[in-house]
Design a protein around this ligand. Sequence first.
Ligand SMILES: Nc1ncnc2c1ncn2[C@@H]1O[C@H](COP(=O)(O)OP(=O)(O)OP(=O)(O)O)[C@@H](O)[C@H]1O
Length: 666
Amino acid sequence: MATSEGREVVAILDAGAQYGKLIDRCVRELKVETDLLPLSVSADEVRAGNYKAVIISGGPNSVYASDAPPFDSAIFELGLPVLGICYGFQLINKTFGGSVHAKEHRQDGQQHVWLDTTCALFKGLSEQELVLLTHGDSIDSPANGFSIVSRAGSIIAGLAHPERPIFAVQFHPEVELSVHGRDMFRNFLFGVAGCSGLYTMVDRELGAIQEIQDTLGDKKALVLVSGGVDSSVCAALLNKAVGHERVVALHIDNGFMRLDESVKVKVSLERLGLPLHVIDASEDFYNATTEIKRKDGTTYTTKRLKETTAPEEKRKIIGDTFMRVAEKVVSSFNLKPEDVFLAQGTLRPDLIESASKLASSNADAIKTHHNDTELVRLLREQGRVLEPLKDYHKDEVRELGRQLGLATDLVMRQPFPGPGLAIRVLCTEEPYITDDFDSTNMLLQALVGQTVEDPKIVQKAANAISGLGDIGAPLLHLSGYHATLLPIRSVGVQGDGRTYSYVAALTCEADEPDWSILFLLARVIPRVCHSVNRIVYAWGAPILGPVRQITTTHLTPPVLQQLKEADDVVNRLLLENNLIQTISQVPVVLAPVDPDASLDMPSTRRSVAIRTFITSDFMTGRPVVPGEELPLAVLRSMVSQIQKIEGVSRVMYDLTAKPPGTTEWE
Ligand SMILES: Nc1ncnc2c1ncn2[C@@H]1O[C@H](COP(=O)(O)OP(=O)(O)OP(=O)(O)O)[C@@H](O)[C@H]1O
């Protein structure tokens, strides 16, 4: 544990909550440094750390469980300001003699709470504030000497000690759903703990540069730059720290980058004086094959990537080819292992995830899947890995990147999968049509109020809608909507696994659909049509279906070009309208289907799906409702620009939550 001599550091004791990372980010955004420590840390260690305050996070356990994590209550006797959140709230209450009981039903959701605005924690806030409450335990009686400073209905939601700087809240001020949570942290850090916000980006940059210089001594740094934010910022920082003569920056263009991405990253780094070696390996990738092991232990050689359609084979070929190409490129630089350090853009959340026990340096496991060449392996084995961004969250890396002078569209780029656009082209040679294609198609039609002959199917649809209760009412007399199954499949989540199932398309006779109806249908359809896991809205005239043919699609340069252009339209508009951070991710997907093709003429056109996704944990999430986080005018502009791209049939909007759909389509 670092001592905080001359620094201003708050200790966050991690009780295991998935929101722990967010507390860390909130405090750091207020320019106060943090150390993440295990809940079991001793009072002596906390004293030695010279912290300004202690925050105890939420956690999945009950403080009364026999396996509740150990905690040294002498921490409360150090005289430090303490803020307990959720589990921390109950821990404080229990330690000081209050009682907690398990409630029959969990309480999860955003709700209004009453706040005592004379309490230092809530200074400047309103008496009623919207916060996120998630908990199964609840406090019956407050701890001795503590005052109740917040309530959620009849539930005690906040406690404070009148004389000692100890505060506890049941809700989660660290999440965005707690609208003024940030102000509570500000009150705690600056008003109660006396912090002054010394942890500025400029100071941090100087600290990181010093660390790079100390670690490297007179050695060189090798950095593989993907075109993403992290490795680009890492390269720019190294360049500033030790100069371009001592940084070897390599980028491999695999053919699946975004439009002009490789050129943009090269130009942006070169503007800072760092030459980026760009290796165009796209032909190697398109033509690559690999060996795949079957379950029975035998192996087979795949077709070439540009002839392959199976998603797993595509991924494997790309991963293996990357290693082969990287090996060749790295060795062509003749770097002596003893003269080099490997630099990578590992971030703080990566570290917290891999070692939430102690956010020490253990990120190797995370990045090993990529850039696994002999030299890289050797450097890792010898511990010659430099991770200058290990103290940064994503937003902070973006800020640092801007400060270092990287181009805005580069530092604002959204997360992008390793195999790039290759997994956003659904490849196929034949339609996906199973035995239940026609019956599922009819059920879909019945759900949107179209006339269907089969009374059993009509009944099934009616039952599903009535199962929604009151919220299903708008679907009872629906008219003007159409639904059709598409003969393609995309990946979705089912139970603990992933499965490939149909995509269903909704269309509407009116120019502008009622988005609330579409989202309602997207909820009900996968519940009744078990072989559908993704629902899209398709702009344009109603698709009367059934659609039974696909457009043969492989990973070839013209196909990729189509997707690159569509992806570029979406990303450009997101950037121009400041939506990159509001919406977590927006994969743009090329679907091998032209719903308007006539049955006897094979089509060469494909559809483009816009998949918006909002999530804080990346495990579950929801699409954006147009008109809310994504203004309708921006969306219309995306659609009209994509429609102009050559070979594009329909533009579609993915309406599926996760589960049942995943973020990506394959
Ligand atoms: N095309 C590429 N050329 C060079 N290096 C690459 C390439 N793709 C990946 N890498 C290297 O592998 C690392 C891990 O790849 P991954 O796609 O998981 O990136 P990441 O963790 O999202 O980081 P970034 O934001 O830099 O892309 C990258 O940080 C980079 O060092």
